[in-house]
Design a binder for this molecule. Structure first.
Ligand code: ZN
Length: 240
């Protein structure tokens, strides 16, 4: 069983009626619903308003893959929680950052860069081009591209380190392009950044988006984890 935790700041859905209509159970609820239909995945959720942001040592120990959605409240996640998440990834936990999580504290800590980008909310159509159909995250995605009727436009330059593997390029009918699916390894952990998922659009009900997130969970699930981060003194292996 792959143990997934979906973390959501869960603010827009509680404070804006328009967004609550799109995601009545919250973005985390929508993601948990489709992931939970898979026999090999168990899901729990955590949100910003939970005690400790819902993130405890116990949760991190028992999470194989974390999914992170945040937007306006990145600053409300305490630094020590963000560091715990980062260190869990370095020890082997997989993590998927969605959409505006590009500015979340854990993502910025793991990237080491600004993660800045250009953005515009103008209901542009997005066409997502698939760069490698053989990658496990693209399994079952047919055709050269797929489209989302409307998404928030994100544009290059995107202030990230070069991805280990770039899987998707998003093109918007306003003219911009963006690196929309980026894979990274950080020590023992695997990271996937996936751009679609603005709160006012029904993106997380899209079949291809659901497939990609589900595939990314299986890809990021660790085969190997370590208990602690250390830099040990070691004895010689061979006799002198
Ligand atoms: Zn957005």
């Amino acid at each position: 069983m792959i143990r997934v935790t979906v973390w959501n700041e869960y603010w827009h859905e509680k404070s804006e009626e328009k967004i609550a209509k799109v995601y009545p159970k919250g973005i985390h609820g929508a993601i948990a619903d489709f992931l939970g239909k898979n026999e090999d995945i168990t899901v729990r959720t955590a949100t910003l308003d939970d005690e400790n942001c819902g993130i405890t040592d116990e949760l991190l120990e028992n999470t194989d893959v974390m999914i992170w959605w945040g937007h306006l409240k990145h600053g409300d996640v305490p630094d020590e929680i963000a560091i715990k998440v980062k260190e869990a990834v370095l020890r082997g936990m997989g993590i998927i950052f969605l959409h505006s999580a590009h500015h979340s504290k854990p993502f910025k800590l793991l990237m080491g860069t600004t993660c800045n980008l250009g953005w515009r909310e103008s209901d542009d159509k997005e066409r997502l081009w698939i760069l490698d159909h053989n990658h496990p995250i693209m399994k079952g995605i047919e055709g050269r591209y797929f489209e989302l009727e409307a998404e928030e436009t994100y544009t290059e330059p995107f202030g990230i380190p070069d991805p280990d593997k770039l899987l998707l390029i998003g093109w918007y009918n306003g003219g911009e392009v963006f690196r929309s699916g980026c894979c990274y390894h950080r020590e023992n952990g695997k990271i996937f950044y996936f751009q679609p998922g603005h709160e006012s659009y029904p993106t997380f009900y899209n079949e291809n988006v659901q497939k990609i997130i589900t595939n990314a969970v299986r890809w990021a699930c660790p085969d190997y984890r370590i208990d602690k981060l250390e830099c040990p003194w070691v004895a010689r292996i061979e006799e002198k």
